[in-house]
Design a protein around this ligand. Structure first.
Ligand SMILES: NC(=O)c1ccc[n+]([C@@H]2O[C@H](COP(=O)([O-])OP(=O)(O)OC[C@H]3O[C@@H](n4cnc5c(N)ncnc54)[C@H](O)[C@@H]3O)[C@@H](O)[C@H]2O)c1
Length: 258
């Protein structure tokens, strides 16, 4: 039933085969979407090579460097989409960053540059990408971002990223309100803890995963592909009445009080 044939989907945030964005890209592809990938470029081209090899089986029709701190790269990404695809249907925002020292210890010691960096990359980027996507979503569209419980409740060590995710979830609502009249839906998936490059920077991530495995109703955490399934659903016409929401894909952990 889930059919994304004829839809153009841009997926941001693949760094390696553990990335949640990789799980999402695979599920969008297997549902029939035409895939475009952006990656975070580095001076030596290592990320480009690694991500290109990984995504090859999905035959992406676009493969574009895009550092969300760089306005020119964002502009050029969407210019390329306009030129090569003409329209965009699905945007997956699956990226975040905070300095490692701001993801452990005392939250009150968060530095100003660390705060600004985390919020710029992890929160403002959704607003900017959505603004750039809007004129290309001429037939309506779906924007999905990734959040975490630490943006709603205190999770030890998540610290500045909790503030970034709180801002991200509120951005989802403001964007959904603005873009709804253009039939563009904006939703977030709040994923349970998964071992990835980004999560390994959060102090005590393995303890968090073990805790979830003991307490969550399903007695486990989730996989990248399960998050990918939810993203494919939210991006499909099956979710045509859903916008501005945060969908928990966390094996039920969020409902527990103890
Ligand atoms: N892993 C988890 O436990 C978990 C749980 C809930 C939500 N999330 C969220 O999922 C998303 C993906 O993270 P992940 O866990 O898959 O880790 P990941 O490290 O695989 O992905 C993070 C991505 O962000 C990209 N990135 C960082 N700075 C960037 C920049 N300036 N410009 C462009 N891209 C940049 C990295 O290149 C990487 O691809 C993040 O928003 C994260 O907060 C993760």
């Amino acid at each position: 039933m889930l059919n994304l044939a004829g839809k153009n989907a841009l997926v941001t945030g693949i760094a390696n085969n553990r990335s949640i964005a990789w799980g999402i890209a695979q599920q969008l592809h297997s549902s029939g979407a035409n895939i475009g990938i952006t990656y975070l470029p580095d001076d030596r081209g290592k990320m480009e090579k690694k991500v290109a090899e990984l995504v090859e089986p999905l035959s992406p029709s676009l493969f574009i460097p895009c550092n969300v701190e760089n306005d020119e790269q964002i502009q050029s990404t969407f210019n390329t989409i306009a030129e090569k695809w003409g329209k965009l249907d699905i945007l997956i925002h699956c990226l975040a960053f905070a300095n490692k020292e701001d993801l452990t210890g005392n939250f009150s010691q968060t530095s100003r540059p660390g705060f600004n960096k985390a919020l710029e990359v992890s929160t403002y980027s959704l607003i900017q990408l959505a603004g750039a996507a809007k004129p290309l979503m001429t037939e309506g569209g779906s924007i999905v971002t990734l959040t975490y419980l630490g943006g709603v409740k205190v999770v030890p060590n998540y610290n500045v990223m909790g503030i970034a995710k709180a801002g991200l979830e509120m951005s989802v609502r403001y964007l959904a309100s603005e873009l709804g009249p253009s039939n563009i839906r904006v939703n977030a998936i709040s994923a349970g803890p998964i071992r990835t490059l980004a999560s390994s920077a959060v102090g005590g991530i393995l303890d968090m995963i073990h805790h979830v495995e003991q307490v969550a109703p399903l007695r486990r955490t989730v996989t990248q592909l399960e998050v990918g399934n939810a993203a494919a659903f939210l991006s499909s016409d099956l979710a045509s009445g859903i916008t501005g929401q945060v969908l928990y894909v966390d094996a039920g952990y969020e409902i527990m009080g103890m």
